[in-house]
Write a protein that binds this ligand. Structure first.
Ligand SMILES: [Fe+2]
Length: 409
């Protein structure tokens, strides 16, 4: 009897503790929009269909689904769906209205809450274009690291937030059709709560075109003892950690190269992360690898040329061989796979340096950081890629700001 009572107290104490302990995430009860999302937007023409996924968790009456013009794009709000019960419809096929003006939209759902309604949106989740251009431009932007002071190391007093805003304004001024953002948007788990919110705000305020965003190592660390998991922040702030989309003759496939299980990415367990290399290096788990493999096969079936983008080059992945609980694809095996598939372009970040290397038929392209620590001879930059009507790529780094003091001085 006494044991039962004690157990009861323990349960109540745990519940009280859970209720009082602040939940380390951004939204009070998560965002129910799984996709389209800020990290995995859809680009489509008026009248085209698109898929949406909602994770309501329980029965929810959705009263309206709409596209709201993202700030500064000048388009009009458009209704895409009437009321429905989310329990019955978690996967939706919707269409952009035939008269939808060209522009960037937030994807919004209104749900019934008590007597009123509550609206949730995913910013920059839908881009309506009049046409997919035969010749187009995209930008690779990477490693801007909100919360990271390293950019100021050689340049004390440099306004890093202003530098990031300048980078995003320059990206928008280059008028790309879309952006590939290859990770490391934030820096360290103890400040994830503020930094994720800030990174999202800066992307939504700064970019005027859709961005396909994949995470880097700095975005997905954990601190298990404190209940902090970067994956939760990523999902709530940006959405999916991978996406695939078509533009011109290409199928762009973005994926997560930091899929370490939470125990292996715990910044509070220095011994383990140093043993497996997860402080900085990437890893390809089987699930992520299979997804990439399937997307490449799909691209080939569609007669499209696959282009990969991710945070890590296979050369920047760990040599960790995996174990029973976490089987991995060896980095050499993954590099061999990319080569064997005849992938022509693999864009990545992580190195904070602009360079390219060839491996078989694959060109591996690294883009420098937009505002973090840079290597000697580098400036804060992003990369502009122009594709002509014949599908040929030309690319160049675009310098946002040349540091007054070079690294290494
Ligand atoms: Fe980085």
């Amino acid at each position: 009897m006494r044991v039962k009572r004690l157990a009861g107290f323990a349960v109540i104490a745990m519940l009280l503790f859970a209720a009082l302990w602040p939940r380390p995430s951004l939204a009070a009860d998560g965002n129910i929009i799984a996709y389209p999302s800020t990290s995995a937007p859809v680009m489509l023409r008026p009248g085209d269909y698109f898929e949406a996924g909602l994770e309501c968790g329980r029965a929810v009456r959705i009263t309206l689904v709409s596209l709201r013009p993202s700030a500064g794009t000048g388009a009009q709000p458009v209704l895409v769906s009437k009321a429905f019960d989310c329990r019955e419809q978690k996967r939706l096929t919707l269409a952009a209205p035939v008269d939808a003006p060209e522009g960037l939209y937030d994807f919004c759902v209104e749900r019934k809450k008590g007597e009123g309604v509550e609206t949730e949106c995913r910013g920059h989740a839908v881009s309506v274009v009049q046409e997919f251009k035969p010749a187009f431009r995209f930008v690779v932007l990477t490693d801007f690291h909100v919360g990271d002071e390293r950019g100021g190391k050689n340049n004390p007093g440099i306004p890093l937030q202003e530098l990031r805003a300048k980078a995003m304004a320059a990206v928008s001024a280059a008028r790309p059709d879309f952006v590939l953002l290859t990770g490391d948007l934030v820096y360290y788990p103890t400040t994830y709560e503020a930094d994720y919110a800030q990174a999202l705000r800066e992307v939504l305020d700064g970019l005027k075109v859709p961005a396909f965003i994949v995470p880097g190592n700095h975005d997905l660390y954990t601190m298990m003892g404190l209940g902090i998991d970067g994956r939760t922040f990523w999902a709530e702030a940006f959405g999916p950690h991978r996406s695939a989309f078509t533009y011109g003759p290409f199928r762009f496939i973005g994926f997560n190269t930091y899929n370490w299980p939470p125990a292996y990415s715990d910044r509070l367990d220095a011994a383990l992360i140093d043993a497996v290399g997860s402080r900085s290096l990437g890893i390809m788990g089987h699930g992520e690898f299979d997804w990439v493999k399937d997307r490449i096969a799909e691209a080939r079936a569609m007669k499209l040329r696959p282009v990969l983008f991710a945070h890590h080059d296979p050369m920047n992945m760990s040599a960790f061989a995996g174990d029973d609980k976490f089987p991995v694809i060896q980095r050499d095996e993954f590099a061999k796979f990319v080569r064997a598939q005849g992938v022509e372009y693999y864009f990545f970040g992580h190195t904070h340096k602009n360079y390219m290397r060839e491996d078989g038929d694959t060109l591996f392209i690294s883009t420098g950081t937009a505002s973090s620590s840079y290597l000697p001879g580098e400036a804060w930059s992003f990369r502009i890629v122009d594709v002509d009507a014949a599908g040929n790529l030309t690319m160049r780094p675009f310098v946002v700001w040349t540091p007054v003091v070079s690294a290494g001085q």
